[in-house]
Design a protein around this ligand. Structure first.
Ligand code: DON
Length: 305
C-alpha cells in the first residue's frame, strides 16, 4: 500500500479521460445544487496511516450511508430481536422499491433498503428519549469529529418530495410493523439521511468495521466482534441494492453507497476507503466511485476475495 497516493492519482487521471455518463440525483431537489465534478478519496488504515486526494475535505450529504450507523445503534439496543422486524436478505430491487414489501407482509428484506431503514428509525424512536440528539451524539463519538450535523435544507427538500418513503411507511404501518407516528418516523429518517461528512470524516467513522468493532484511535468498542462481522455481511449483500452483486464482483469489498455520490468500503483487518463523486449511475450509485474502487482493488490486489 506504499504507493496509494500515486495509485489514486493514476486512477483519477485514467477516469478523467473518460466521459462520465452519470447524473446528479435531483429527486431530492437540494442535492441537485452540487457541483457535479466534485471528486474526493480518503483511505484510513487501521494502523493510522492515511491517504487522500481531491475534494476529500469537503462536506457532502451521506444519505443512505447513514443507514449503517442507525442500524448499529438499533442492533446494540435490540440484539437478535431486531431480525423479527427486518430481514437480512439482498433485495435485488432498487432502494425505494415496494414490490417485495407487500409480498412479505410489511417486513423489509434488509435494513439498508429505504423501508428497512424506516423500520430501524421506528425502533430507535421507541427506544430513545431524544432520538435525533442521541443519533448525532453517537455519530460524533464514533467518528471523533464533534461538528458533524444534519443539513436542515436537505431535510425539508426531501420531505417536500418524499412520496415513495411515505408510501412504504404507510404500507408497513398497515401490516403492524411501524409503532410510532408516521410523520415522526419520516422526520427522523430524513434527518438521518441529511447528515453531512467529508470523505475523511466518513472513512474515520467506518474504520471500526475494519477493526472487529473497535475504533483504532480511541480503542473504544462500538459493536461486538460478531455484530461487526454481521454488519459487514449485510453491507456486502445489500449495500448497493440491485447492484450489490456487481459491486462484489468488481470491487470485492463490503460497502455502502448514498445518493449524495458517496461510497464507503471496508477491507476487514486493513482499511476503510471513501470515494465521493456526485454523478450517479442508473442504479443510484456513484458512477465514478464504483469505477474508482474497481480499479483501486484491482491494482492494489487488496480485496477480500
Ligand atoms: O430516502 C431516500 O430516497 C434518500 N434519503 C436515501 C436514498 C439513498 O441514498 C439510496 N442510496 N444509494
Amino acid at each position: 500500500m506504499k504507493n496509494s497516493k500515486e495509485i489514486f492519482a493514476k486512477i483519477n487521471k485514467g477516469l478523467e479521460e473518460r466521459v462520465n455518463p452519470g447524473k446528479v440525483a435531483t429527486y431530492i431537489p437540494e442535492l441537485g445544487n452540487i457541483d457535479p465534478n466534485k471528486f474526493g478519496v480518503h483511505l484510513t488504515k487501521i494502523d493510522g496511516v492515511e491517504y487522500a486526494c481531491g475534494d476529500s475535505n469537503e462536506k457532502f450529504s451521506i444519505q443512505s450511508i447513514a443507514k449503517v450507523l442507525s442500524l448499529i445503534m438499533a442492533y446494540n439496543l435490540e440484539n437478535e430481536k431486531l431480525w423479527k422486524r427486518v430481514g437480512v436478505e439482498p433485495s435485488g430491487t432498487p432502494f425505494n422499491s415496494m414490490v417485495l414489501l407487500e409480498h412479505n407482509k410489511g417486513i423489509p428484506r434488509n435494513p439498508l433498503v429505504n423501508a428497512g431503514a424506516l423500520v430501524i428509525c421506528d425502533i430507535l424512536i421507541s427506544r430513545l428519549e431524544n432520538p435525533k440528539q442521541e443519533l448525532l451524539a453517537f455519530v460524533r463519538e464514533v467518528s471523533g469529529f464533534p461538528d458533524i450535523n444534519f443539513n436542515p435544507k436537505v431535510v425539508e427538500s426531501e420531505k417536500s418530495k418524499g412520496y415513495r418513503n411515505a408510501s412504504s411507511i404507510n404500507l408497513m404501518k398497515s401490516f403492524g410493523n411501524i409503532e410510532n407516528d408516521i410523520d415522526e418516523v419520516l422526520d427522523f429518517y430524513f434527518n438521518l439521511c441529511s447528515i453531512e461528512m467529508t470523505c475523511k470524516e466518513l472513512s474515520h467513522t467506518f474504520l471500526f468495521l475494519a477493526n472487529n468493532g473497535v475504533t483504532p484511535k480511541t480503542n473504544k468498542r462500538i459493536v461486538s466482534v460478531s455484530k461487526s462481522k454481521r454488519i459487514n455481511a449485510i453491507m456486502q449483500l445489500c449495500g448497493f441494492y440491485d447492484e450489490a452483486g456487481e459491486f462484489a464482483f468488481k470491487v470485492g469489498l463490503p460497502g455502502k453507497s448514498g445518493v449524495g455520490g458517496g461510497i464507503v468500503a471496508i477491507h476487514p483487518d486493513e482499511y476503510s476507503i471513501v470515494v465521493w463523486s456526485p454523478k450517479l449511475n442508473p442504479k443510484g450509485n456513484s458512477w465514478k466511485g464504483m469505477k474508482f474502487l474497481e480499479r483501486f482493488t484491482t491494482e492494489t490486489e487488496l480485496s477480500i476475495f
